[in-house]
Design a protein around this ligand. Structure first.
Ligand code: UDP
Length: 344
């Protein structure tokens, strides 16, 4: 019988791409999402790609009663992927309690409901922000967890610790935290993609909106970093590759191939690219000219980070396959498709 996976936050950017890959692999998917940073139309996009829709509940993971009743209605749920969380670094500095209530409250609720319903497998969406600016690059899973630079980053650290603590207390859950680097791009069909609210904070949506003419110019935050061209360096991973890492993680847990009850894996490409390299590659693959100017550094940004992916490759038998050019091309295709649809 097909396995059933509950995806919290499954209507969001990474969640929707992960849902598609699970449906394509024959899993049953149940989504709980409060649509706080996504829209119901995402279900249509998933349907166009997969020819089926996941079961959807408009439920907030911080609502114990509602989350509990989803588990009671679906005793077949034995695996959960937990995405549901706020994710804007800047906003988290302005409204820390929004982040603590939702990201920590949701995690706590979910662990409790999983425990009460005997649900065993958990994959948690963590982030490379837990490393801060690493002393050694590429960064391995063994690198020390540095003091968080934002409430958002802090919630990722605390959620990892919460999972570890409940496992240590003999709760029968096995968990994998995937530490994402910078997810970008969109499904190759351009039916789903990243949908930022208002002015994008992240680089790639800002780039595609600028190329489309919605923004006047991209501001590159700093060219005086200690990097080859002076702009900051990140490890940009295609969201479909990232989605596939969740399948590898869930299958490791379902098949009891995990070495410990709590494991962490870096999910990146292993390559760092500077902001200027992103701009150049985008211009090459899309034949678009991008207006940009260099401005000062953005507060809280680190200089450079990229992943050591050896452990994920070995243990999850997973590796990123899509190139930076693939990622940027798909992001551009999505921007065009999305704009065409809303301008109709
Ligand atoms: N960045 C930029 N201009 C923008 C948005 C981002 O120069 O409008 C830079 C940012 O300073 C960082 C990189 O692009 O070096 C990636 O930023 P993003 O916010 O996408 O991800 P982060 O690594 O901060 O999570």
């Amino acid at each position: 019988m097909a396995e059933t996976v509950l995806v919290t936050g499954g209507m969001g950017y990474i969640g929707s791409h992960t849902t598609v890959e699970f449906l394509n692999k024959g899993y049953n998917v149940i989504i709980v999402d409060n649509l706080g940073n996504s829209s119901i139309e995402v279900l249509d996009g998933i349907y166009k790609i997969c020819g089926q829709k996941p079961v959807f509940y408009n439920v907030d993971v911080t609502n114990y009663q509602q989350l509990s009743s989803v588990f009671k209605s679906h005793p077949e749920i034995n695996s959960v992927i937990h995405f549901a969380a706020w994710k804007a670094v800047g906003e988290s500095v302005e409204q820390p309690l929004k982040y603590y209530n939702n990201n920590l409250g949701g995690m706590s609720n979910l662990l409790q409901v999983m425990q009460e319903n005997g649900c065993q497998n958990l994959v948690f969406s963590s982030s490379c922000t837990v490393y801060g600016q690493p002393d050694v690059l590429p960064v391995t899973e063994q690198a020390p967890i540095k003091e968080a630079l934002s409430p958002y980053g802090f919630t990722k650290q605390v959620c990892e610790t919460m999972i570890k603590d409940v496992i240590a207390s003999n709760m029968s859950v096995r968990a994998i935290a995937l530490r994402y680097f910078n997810p970008i791009g969109a499904h190759k069909s351009a039916e789903i993609g990243e949908l930022p609210n208002g002015v994008p904070n992240n680089l790639i949506p800002f780039v595609t909106q600028t190329a489309y003419g919605i923004r006047k110019e991209l501001m590159i935050f700093g060219d005086d970093y200690n990097t080859p061209d002076g702009t900051a360096v990140r490890d940009y991973i295609h969201v479909t590759d990232l989605a596939l890492a969740h399948i590898a993680a869930i299958e490791r847990l379902i098949e009891s191939r995990n070495a410990n009850d709590f494991e962490v894996f870096n999910v990146g490409t292993g390559t760092g690219n500077s902001v200027l390299e992103i701009v150049k590659t985008f211009e090459q693959v899309t034949a678009q000219k991008l207006n940009y100017k260099i401005v000062g550094r953005r507060a809280g940004d680190i200089e450079q980070v990229w992943a050591d992916t050896a452990v994920a490759e070995r243990e999850l038998n997973w590796t990123a396959k899509l190139s930076l050019a693939d990622s940027l091309e798909s992001a551009w295709k999505w921007e065009n498709n999305y704009r065409k649809n809303i301008e109709k």
